[in-house]
Every structure is written in C-alpha cells, then in structure tokens.
Design a protein around this ligand. Sequence first.
Ligand code: FES
Ligand code: MG
Length: 593
Amino acid sequence: MTDTRARRKFRSQEWFDNPNNPGMTALYLERYQNQEYTRGELQGERPVIGIAQTGSDLAPCNKIHLFLADRVKAGIRDAGGVPMEFPVHPIQETGKRPTAALDRNLAYLSLVEVLHGYPIDGVVLTTGCDKTTPALLMGAATVDLPAIALNGGPMLDGWWKGKRAGSGTIIWESRRLLAEGRIDYEEFMERACASAPSLGHCNTMGTASTMNALAEALGMTLPGAAAIPAPFRERMAMAYETGRRIVRMVLDDLKPSDILTRAAFENAIVVNTAIGGSTNAPPHLQAIARHAGVALDVTDWETLGYDQPLLVNMQPAGDYLGESFFRAGGVPAVMGELARAGRLNLSAMTAAGQPWSALLEGRESLDPEVIRPVARPLRDKAGFLVLSGNLFDSALMKTSVISDDFRRHFLSEPGHEGVFEARAVVFEGPEDYHDRINDPELGINEKTMLFIRNVGCVGYPGSAEVVNMQPPDALIRAGIAHLPTAGDGRQSGTSESPSILNASPEAVVGGGLALLRTGDRVRLDLDSRRLDALVDAAEWQARRAAWTAPELPSQTPWEELYRRHVGQLAQGGCLELATAYQRIARSLPRDNH
Ligand code: FES
Ligand code: MG
C-alpha cells in the first residue's frame, strides 16, 4: 500500500484530498466548493489560512477588522494561500457584563476547537480590544499552528477643548471633576465621547495598546504593526503584508512554539515597563506562557521588569496618545532604544522569520519627547512591584503612575520612605462601594486605605476592573484625588491609580483578604514589598477558623463552568484543565462521518 500520508503537504489536505477515504473527502470538498473555492484551490497543495475575525457590531473596538480582512485575504491569495474567515466569540471590554475577562477563556476555548477541528494550516489572529489579544494568542499557543497577529490599531487621538482626551483616562479624570461639582452629567458624557473619535481600540496605553505592543514584542506580529492608528493607510498595508507573511510561515512551518520562548516573554516584560503598560499584562502574559508551556512566574515581573526605565510618554503614565506614539516609531523604536542599552534578548525569533537582532538596526526614537532614550527616561525603575503579606500571596503595584504628590502625601514616614500605615475600610464589591463610599459614618480620611474583595476570577466572576476606587466626594473636594486602594480584582489599564491589585488568592477562595475588617490597621511597606493587616496572630487565626466560603450564584451555565475550572490571576486566570493540552495540532481529529 502506498503511503499517501507522506505525500500530503498540508494538514488541510487530510480533509480535502484523502484518497484513503473518498467518501469523507467528497463531503468536505463539495460543501466548501459551493462557495467561492474551486476544487483546484482546495486540492492544489495551497495552505488554507484561517482569519480569526473578532470584529462585529457588538465589538466596536475590533470592527475595523471587518474591513481589514479584505486586505488580509488579498495578501494570502497573492502569496498562494486560500483564506477562510471565521467568527470569534465577541469580547468587548466596554460592552460585556459582568466582565469581558470572563469571556477571554470562552473565546480561547472556542478558537482552540475551531483551529483543531477545521481544515486550517495557519491563522491570522485579529486582535485589538483588551481581552481579544490574549484570548487569541492563548489559543494559538495551545494549538501551535503557524499564527500571526494583526491588530486593528488604536483610534485617532481624542481632543477636548484643545487638550488630548484619552480613552478611559478621561473617564477617571471626569469622574473626579463631577464629584467636585466642576462639571455636570452632560459635560461628562461629551468629554467621554470626545475620546473616541474613530474606529479602533483605546488610544491610551491601556490594556489594548499594551497587549498589542507586547504581542509585537513577543514576536507574534510583523514589526511595526501594533502602533499604527486604525484609520491610517499604513494599517491597510500592514493587513496585506500580514496576509502574505502567514503563507510563508506555513511553508516554513514557523509556529508559536518557535516564537513564544522564555526569551520572548522576558523581552515583553521589559517592553511593558518601557511603554508604561497595563497591570492587566501580567495575568494575560502568564496565561499565554502557560498555554505555550513556558515557565513564567508572577515574581518575574518585578525581577525582570521593575528596574527598567519608562520611555514612552503616553497616557495614563504620560501625556500623549496613539498617533504620537506611532509617529515616534512605535514598538520597534522602543525596542531599538532598549536593545542599544543591552536590555533585550535579541536572539528571540519573530513572525517575520528573523530574530530581533536582524530587525532593530537603525530603529530609534523619531521624537524623543514621546519615546525617550534609555539614558533620559521619564522615570527610572518604573516596573511593577510584586507585594505579599498576610492578605495575599501576591499582588501588583504599578509604580509608573505613582505621582510625586501621592508619594509625599502617603508614603513618607521619617526614616521610612515608602511606608504607610492606615485604617482599613472594606467593601464587599463595587455595589457596596457605590452604596457606602460617601457615608460619613465610615470615617474615611487621608489616613484610610480602601479595600475591595470578592471581585477576582471566581468571585465576580471574571475579575472586575474595580480596584481603582475614588475617595469620597468630600475628600476629593478637599484636594485628595487618590487614596491607597487594594483588592482581589483588577483595574483598568487606562487608570492612573496607584492601586494594589490582582491579589491572589482571592477572598472567596479563602485568601487573607477575606479576614480583613473595617477598622483594622494595615501597613504598606514598599521597601520590603509587603502589605499586612496589623491584627494579632490569635485573632487572625480565630477569624480564619470562623470563615466559610460564600455562596456564589451563577447567572449563566458558562459562569458556573468557568468558576469550577478557573485559577487565580497570579497564574493567569486560566482554565486550569486547559493548560495540560499543548501543541494539539500534532494530533488530527477523527473524521466526522
Ligand atoms: Fe476596547 Fe479599550 S475598550 S480597547
Ligand atoms: Mg477595562
């Protein structure tokens, strides 16, 4: 018997051209042939390239991909491939309740099933809005088919009364102005809408721009892809080139496992500090690393990332928005500056088919006001601190957004720069916070630390961006714009709050945060990286003994499934059982009839 398997070049031919099983081949072929594809294409030893489409009316941040897909397809066809676009479960950060984070793992799961179960040889991942980027990279890592990411790009810069109005950031600022009585509800809405002037994702260095910059730093896009604003002509050219490139990647069998190495993640952590990236990056990168089988620990974010410079002057850590970042050279310029200072591992491979060492020649900042050189950073040691203590095993603090005002006000005790003792006020979730924050009985003053719990992966569910709680209106009117806050949820990447967040394990699974009570003293010590409740051991033990896990009613079947299988933010908030499935494109699924 001749071994027909050896002659088949592409995985898709197992569907479309399998003489060992003509009945099945006919079933696969006739139904794809009745649309635009010819038998010659499907049996002609051309790779089938999936386009994982994240754009829809429900997902405006990624809607531009509905138009970019035509350019991607043109690139795929010109390079000899056969494009097949398919939908991804929508994940709109500002649309999905209770959280888009809940659906990151659902989109991941469904993408894995599609890539494994259909005749696909390689895939273009259309990324953009916060969770779409990690969801798709996680799926590509699990399946390990050749894959390349293409983001839709940030919106144009927003403007309000002659000043840049950045996505999200203007919401947090306007929320304070409203509390102070300086603007009304109508102006609040106008300011918010001014920040979103075109198609595209958030124009600040929030989670979307962060995750797309990190996708590029990981090597999963063509160089220069991340920062191009959505409506720019360069974005369409990038879509076309990405389509061409994925065909070559399939021919060369260049897979995520060749690109997503430990070196790639180390580079991404350094780049995250340099861009002033979001505190959502650690859980998402942890998740991508786990699905890729790469060892990455939450403490790596401090070890590798803390002692790095902030180079990019972009909101919320700086002043500018996406258009300026693009014109200053985007991610390649940032990586060029870092590379010259010896901060990157240039041997890491990229989707371009070359390692970074071959790609950063001559890449430098084109506008030092927007992208600084390493010798003249906006801030030194600008990465995340990883804290521990009796309230959690780990939590993150983004130091690049700690203002000098905040430092002076809260963190200086004589002889102990970075130490703050406070009285805790504890909220059981955002509803409780909104109900009670202005209650004078709580006695909130400038020596208070605000806590929020039950808002992590299992608790919320999905982990909510609610830790950046603003002080009571009266305190804001008295000039206190921020209080220290902590919680087991996340905060928006566009927030400039110096919160302590992503506390793991979360309260509802028995993390120490569950035992904290309003009125307890707490001590934050940034020098020793600790946050502790100053409650004596016997009392803490008694509270622990009396604690019972709360009932967590789910509203949908997915919520219940998710809660049963999700891990903690420090480990990426993955579906734990999914991390055992790796490089699954190596196994072919069985025929379906
Ligand atoms: Fe979608 Fe910010 S809300 S990118
Ligand atoms: Mg958000």
